[in-house]
Write a protein that binds this ligand. Structure first.
Ligand code: OAD
Length: 249
C-alpha cells in the first residue's frame, strides 16, 4: 500500500496536521533490542500472559514474577532509545503532539519526549501494595540480593508498577489519551499488534472522529485494512520516510 503516492499523501497530512496523537507498542522498541510480546521471538511465545502478567500469578509467586521483571528491566537499562523514539521528540517540536504508549520500558521519556501517557505503567518503578507510593527500582541491589522491593515510605511490599491482565488501566491516563485521539488531525500508530484493548481502539476512535490514521508496522495487523495509510516497514524507517526533507518542522 505504501506506494510513492500513498507515502507522499501521508507525509502531506502529517506536515499539515496541527494536532497529532501517537500510539506506540513494543515494535517501536524492537530496534533498541527490547523483545516484543507476540511473534516468533516474542515474550508470549513460550509463556502464557496470565502465568506472568496477572494479579493471580503475582499472588502465587511474587519472587518469580519479580525475577521476570528484573530480567526484562536489565535489558531495558542496557538499551538506548532508537531513531524512531527520537523522531517523535523532533515531531513534537512544532506540533501539538500527544504521545501514548503501551510500553513500560520508559524509552520515550529517556529519548526526551515530555508528558508521555503510559497506558500500561512503567517497569522501572515499583508501587507499594499498601500506600501506592512509587519508587525507582534499585535494580542491581535486587538482582544481587534476590529480594523483592519494599516501599521507601512505609516499608510494605511493593509490586511492579505495571498494568496486568485483568486490571484496569489508570483512568485519568486513558481519558487523556482518548481525548487526544478524538481531537487529533492525524493519528500515528507505530509498532503495535493492535489486539490489546482499550489501546487498540484509539486508532478507530480517531478515524471515526475524522482524523487521518497512519500505521507503521513490519506486518499487517487487524487494524491495517481499516486505516488510511499503512507503511509496512520498521518504526525507524517509517518515521524517516514520513519526516524526510523537505518535511518542514
Ligand atoms: P506486540 O508484541 O503484540 O506487537 C508488536 C508489533 O510490532 C507487531 O505487530 C510487530 O509486527 C511489530 N513490530 C515488530 N518489530 C517492529 C519494528 N522494528 N518496527 C515496527 N513494527 C515492529 O506488542 P504490543 O502491541 O505493544 O500488555 O502489545 C500490546 C500489549 O500486549 C503490551 O503492552 C503488553 C502485551 O501483553 C501488557 O502486558 C498488559
Amino acid at each position: 500500500m505504501a506506494t510513492t503516492m500513498m507515502l507522499e499523501q501521508a507525509r502531506a497530512h502529517l506536515q499539515q496536521a496541527q494536532r497529532i496523537a501517537v500510539l506506540t507498542g513494543a515494535g517501536i522498541s524492537a530496534e533498541s533490542g527490547i523483545p516484543t510480546f507476540r511473534g516468533a521471538q516474542g515474550l508470549w511465545r513460550n509463556h502464557r500472559p496470565e502465568d506472568l502478567a496477572s494479579p493471580a500469578a503475582y499472588a502465587r509467586d511474587p519472587a518469580m514474577i519479580w525475577e521476570w521483571y528484573l530480567w526484562r528491566l536489565e535489558k531495558v537499562l542496557h538499551a538506548q532509545p532508537n531513531e524512531a523514539h527520537y523522531a517523535l521528540v523532533q515531531l513534537a517540536q512544532n506540533k501539538q503532539l500527544t504521545l501514548v504508549t503501551q510500553n513500560v520500558d520508559g524509552l520515550h521519556t529517556r529519548a526526551g519526549s515530555q508528558a508521555v501517557l503510559e497506558l500500561h505503567g512503567n517497569m522501572t518503578q515499583s508501587r507499594c501494595e499498601s500506600c501506592g507510593n512509587l519508587d525507582a527500582i534499585p535494580h542491581a541491589l535486587l538482582l544481587e540480593q534476590r529480594t523483592i522491593p519494599h516501599c521507601s515510605q512505609c516499608s510494605q511490599r511493593a509490586r511492579p508498577n505495571v498494568v496486568w491482565f485483568g486490571e484496569n488501566l489508570p483512568a485519568a491516563v486513558l481519558e487523556h489519551a482518548s481525548e487526544a485521539f478524538y481531537h487529533c488531525d492525524v493519528a500515528l500508530v507505530i509498532g503495535t499488534s493492535g489486539v490489546v484493548q482499550p489501546a487498540a481502539s484509539l486508532a478507530l476512535l480517531a478515524q471515526d472522529a475524522g482524523a487521518v490514521v497512519i500505521e507503521i508496522n513490519l506486518e499487517p495487523t487487524p487494524l491495517t485494512a481499516r486505516l488510511d495509510y499503512a507503511l509496512q516497514t520498521t518504526a525507524s524507517a517509517g518515521m524517516r520516510q514520513l519526516m524526510a526533507p523537505p518535511f518542514i518542522l
